[in-house]
Ligand binder design. Structure first.
Ligand SMILES: Cc1cc2nc3c(=O)[nH]c(=O)nc-3n(C[C@H](O)[C@H](O)[C@H](O)COP(=O)(O)O)c2cc1C
Length: 190
């Protein structure tokens, strides 16, 4: 059985470190996993009118529907995110909000969630990760325990070839991915 994992990156810029970390993490999944980047760039800003039964003249954007279907077809979701102004970048929060509706069919419910945060500072996106955990806490999403992954001074961790500079970073991220994969296999949605 192959477990499909959706990997969401909280940065839109071309040379995003989060994206590079995500690609490394994808390479660490076991053979019985199919982990893929899910692009969130073109998701329209969340507007509840699209999910409000009393609003009948606004059609749900197809991007919302596709995103929700992709998440619902996943056995788990891995978030890899930087920190913007001490919280989750807007593009990622927008994706969380879109997946959180409609109330009767929430894409996130019970889905195992992994979180990797990073920042150029020493805190490794700590506040971003905690804020993301807070937002997800509404959806009963199981997550790996300690140690959490906060990658500080992240502009120094990925080499020009896209791989981690230090073996220790690779081992740390791989260990997290292994624990996340174990959680997914054990989960009802996995
Ligand atoms: C709008 C904005 C806000 C930021 N706020 C924070 C912050 O609160 N804490 C922090 O450590 N770094 C902050 N940074 C620096 C980011 O950690 C850094 O730009 C990082 O490389 C962005 O991630 P990316 O490479 O995946 O795009 C901020 C950067 C931007 C552009």
């Amino acid at each position: 059985m192959i477990h499909r994992i959706s990997v969401l990156v909280g940065s839109l810029r071309r040379h995003s470190t989060a994206r590079k970390i995500a690609i490394n993490a994808i390479g660490s999944f076991p053979d019985d996993f199919d982990a893929r980047l899910v692009e969130i760039r073109k998701l329209p800003l969340y507007d509840f009118d699209f999910d409000d039964p009393s609003v009948t003249d606004k059609q749900t954007p197809p991007e919302y529907t596709r995103f929700r279907e992709t998440i619902k077809a996943s056995a788990g979701v891995l978030f890899v995110t930087p920190e913007n102004n001490r919280t989750v970048p807007a593009c990622l929060k927008n994706a969380v909000d879109i997946g959180s509706k409609p109330n009767a069919d929430v894409a996130w419910t019970g889905l195992p969630a992994g979180i990797i945060s990073h920042s150029v500072g020493r805190m490794g996106g700590y506040s971003s990760q905690k804020n993301l955990r807070l937002a997800l806490s509404y959806f009963d999403m199981p997550a790996p325990g300690q140690p959490e992954v906060h990658i500080g001074r992240s502009h120094e961790v990925v080499a020009a070839n896209g791989l981690f500079v230090d073996e220790s970073t690779d081992a740390f991220v791989s260990d997290y991915v292994t624990r996340f994969a174990d959680l997914v296999r054990a989960s009802a949605r996995g």
